[in-house]
Write a protein that binds this ligand. Structure first.
Ligand code: SF4
Length: 347
């Protein structure tokens, strides 16, 4: 039975939220986006750190904000440049959406970042978590920004066995969060983020240092490893990709991806070549790469075209771009192809 089912008349748990706020005041991490309430910067930071750890993404965040300090600059930039500044963060669809959303802010809101939750939700790539974070941190909104940290901390504190893989988990934990929601929801949301990543970690939580340890049911019952409950495992799909690294005298061929399947708008090597070029094959390298719910096996054939006419003919007949190692720095490639280019240059 879940906590909310057992406790129809939920008693006062507000002191938990207030304890968390007092802990946050003393222990908040000193991060650049904590010094601002500029919704543009908070939005960028929320998107950057959705799938990236703070210490891994901090330099990227700073560089991004330095190049695109406001929504106008971002909206006016070329998409390829935005992708370039996203290099290293992965999940490039986030960069494409950020760029489109910046244009929405200019076109639909006269360049002023919207302040209402429902309006922020209309921006491309912005979900309920991000909209709640922006409204609470920047505009005093009262909505908890529920994410995996909330699921983990709340399910442990209340020893609540609601299944987090259930499609109603977001609604359920949002309701549970309201039991402990203090007045300052912006700080509360950030405190939950810090608590979840620094203290109540998925494995080996630091319960001795936790401000909620006196109230935490899972801790007192010694059942922390049982929470959160997750039954459904999403199956990963196995995919096989084939590429040809076609090169001559330090130059190589690339194209920009168009489809929505994976790596949209990133650059890649040709995936089809005429049979005649196969005779220049110097070997094949196989790399494995994981994406969310996808296991990729990527075969890259090294085609060194030693014949000038064959090289020229191939370029003329196809729509490929010619680049070299220096030029490739200006473009964003999927991580495994980026690694392949880097390693080749170091040989
Ligand atoms: S006491 Fe431990 S399990 Fe409970 S909320 Fe704190 S860190 Fe998490």
């Amino acid at each position: 039975m879940t906590f909310l089912d057992k406790n129809n008349k939920a008693s006062d748990f507000l002191h938990l939220g207030n304890k968390l706020l007092s802990w946050y005041k003393k222990n908040a991490r000193d991060l650049p986006f904590r010094q601002t309430k500029d919704p543009y910067k908070i939005w960028i930071c929320e998107i950057v750190f959705q799938q990236t750890r703070i210490n891994q993404g901090l330099n990227h965040y700073n560089n991004f904000i330095q190049r695109f300090p406001d929504v106008q600059t971002l909206a006016e930039a070329e998409e390829n440049e935005v992708l370039l500044y996203w290099k290293g963060l992965g999940y490039y669809s986030r960069a494409i959406n950020i760029h489109k959303a910046a244009q929405q802010v200019i076109n639909d809101y006269g360049g002023v970042f919207p302040s209402r939750y429902e309006e922020i939700l209309k921006l491309k790539g912005v979900g309920k978590y991000t909209a709640a974070a922006i409204t609470s941190i920047c505009f005093g909104g009262k909505i908890p920004a529920v994410d995996g940290n909330f699921y983990r901390v709340l399910s442990r504190v209340f020893a609540d066995d609601f299944d987090i893989s259930n499609s109603r988990a977001f609604a359920y934990f949002s309701e549970l969060a309201t039991l402990i929601l203090p007045g300052n929801v912006g700080d509360f949301n950030q405190a939950m983020m810090d608590l979840g990543s620094e203290i109540c970690k998925p494995k080996n939580p630091l319960c001795g240092e936790c401000p909620l340890n006196e109230d935490c049911l899972a801790f007192s019952l010694n059942k922390i490893s049982e929470f959160p409950v997750k039954t459904k495992k999403v199956k990963s799909e196995n995919l096989h990709l084939k590429y040809y690294f076609v090169h001559r005298n330090g130059q190589f061929l690339i194209q920009q991806r168009k489809d929505d399947f994976i790596w949209k708008k990133l650059f890649e090597f040709p995936s089809i070549i005429p049979e005649e070029l196969e005779s220049f094959n110097k070997g094949v390298k196989t790399v494995n790469h994981k994406l969310t719910h996808k296991n990729l096996t990527i075969e890259i054939s090294n085609i060194e075209v030693t014949s000038e006419p064959a090289w020229k003919q191939f370029i003329a007949q196809n729509q490929y771009l010619v680049t070299d190692f220096e030029g490739s720095h200006e473009k964003s490639f999927p991580k495994p192809l980026e690694n392949y280019i880097q390693n080749r240059n170091q040989k």
